[in-house]
Design a protein around this ligand. Structure first.
Ligand code: SF4
Length: 364
């Protein structure tokens, strides 16, 4: 699933750090602080939300709750009202709950071990690592959505990144690419911020700007022309296949349409009568519509795709004699029978019928 590009990890990290110093973002309100509370708040707000949207919320939130103690002591309603408009409210609820745990069990201090940070509500592996990098200068790999894309491309990792086996490979790549141990905390912070910035800017989902990228010389996706296909998309689950047999009852150029029930697929539209198996066609036509079947043959069917299943439609063409008046009256009297209509083919084609039925009608 992965490919080696032979780059020295140290040099990849060094290039990213140098790039970040020149081109990365340095002026965001949560940068330049080692206050774990502020960093944690920014990381949570930035999940699924753009930087420009987050900034005013972040500033308002900190003004109202400047410390983890203030947040823990606040009523949940006050927290959620400040979160209002930012979306994904479970983030606000989890933040509030985690603040309580930090104050109660950790003296209001964020642990240095990401495994411990990860046990707090709403903090996943990557967010825990990011907090420990930015707050404590710890050497930990991150792997958020953008970073998965960058690493899948840079390292040429095949497969869907949501798949746990692929994710495990990406975590290993993320760890292997970290700046060597023993370097300054500033390096790991710059490297991590650089990786986030690269994913948010040059290595965008569409049209990555590889020409300006610090990893362009050994990026597998760029070298092999795979930037458009990596990371791979989620494989589509095969749709279930269903089948039906439609009956085309024909008499002197007219065909029979039946109104479908209001609920269910094609609810309330006119359509062709259906049976489960072709062998039931003759008997069903006689019993349901009072016709006498003169000849029956199958005609080419069609396939139709719905969002949740595929439908194979077999078609039986039945030349029939119209029902007698008595049979029609008997049918009309039977309350459960859906309305039917005999229409000239040209008229039936323009009636309110489902698209696949129209395809069938124009094909005969
Ligand atoms: S070279 Fe292009 S595809 Fe590769 S990491 Fe850089 S921007 Fe992304």
């Amino acid at each position: 699933m992965g490919a080696d590009h032979g780059a020295s990890p140290g040099s990849a990290a060094a290039r990213l750090i140098a790039w970040h110093k020149r081109h990365g973002r340095h002026d965001l309100p949560w940068q330049g602080t080692h206050d774990a509370y502020r960093i944690w708040l920014s990381e949570v707000m930035l999940q699924q939300t753009q930087v420009s949207t987050v900034i005013p919320y972040y500033q308002r939130f900190l003004k109202r709750f400047p410390t983890v103690q203030a947040l823990a002591a606040a009523p949940l309603d006050a927290v959620l009202s400040l979160w209002s408009g930012l979306g994904y409210y479970s983030r606000g609820r989890n933040l509030h709950q985690a603040a309580g745990i930090l104050v109660e069990r950790h003296g209001g201090r964020m642990p240095h071990d990401p495994a411990l940070v990860q046990t707090l509500p709403g903090i996943g592996r990557s967010t825990a690592a990011a907090i420990c990098v930015f707050a404590h200068g710890g050497r930990h790999a991150i792997l958020d959505g953008n970073v998965k894309r960058v690493l899948a491309r840079y390292c040429g990792v095949r497969g869907y990144p949501g798949d746990s086996a692929v994710q495990e490979i990406l975590w290993r790549k993320a760890e292997a690419l970290l700046p060597p141990p023993g370097k300054s905390a500033r390096n790991i912070i710059s490297y991590t911020q650089g990786l986030m910035d690269l994913g948010a800017s040059l290595c965008a989902r569409r049209n990555p700007q590889c020409g300006q990228c610090p990893w362009r010389a050994d990026c597998v996706a760029r070298l092999r022309g795979l930037t458009g296909s990596l990371p791979e998309k989620k494989p589509r689950a095969a749709l279930p296949q269903r089948s039906t047999v439609m009956l085309l009852l024909r008499n002197a150029g007219d065909i029979l349409l039946e109104k479908r029930a209001a609920r269910g697929i094609w609810g309330g539209l006119w359509s062709l009568p259906e049976v489960e198996h072709a062998r039931e066609a003759r008997a069903a036509a006689a019993q349901r519509y009072g016709v006498r079947v003169l000849a029956a043959r199958t005609v080419p069917g069609i396939d139709h795709g719905f969002t949740h299943f595929k439908l194979r439609i077999e078609v039986m063409l039945l030349d029939v004699e119209r029902p007698t008046r008595a049979a029609r009256r008997a049918r009309t009297a039977a309350a459960a029978s859906p309305p039917v209509a005999w229409l000239p083919l040209a008229e039936a084609v323009t009636a309110g019928i489902p698209a696949p039925v129209r395809r069938i009608l124009v094909s005969i």
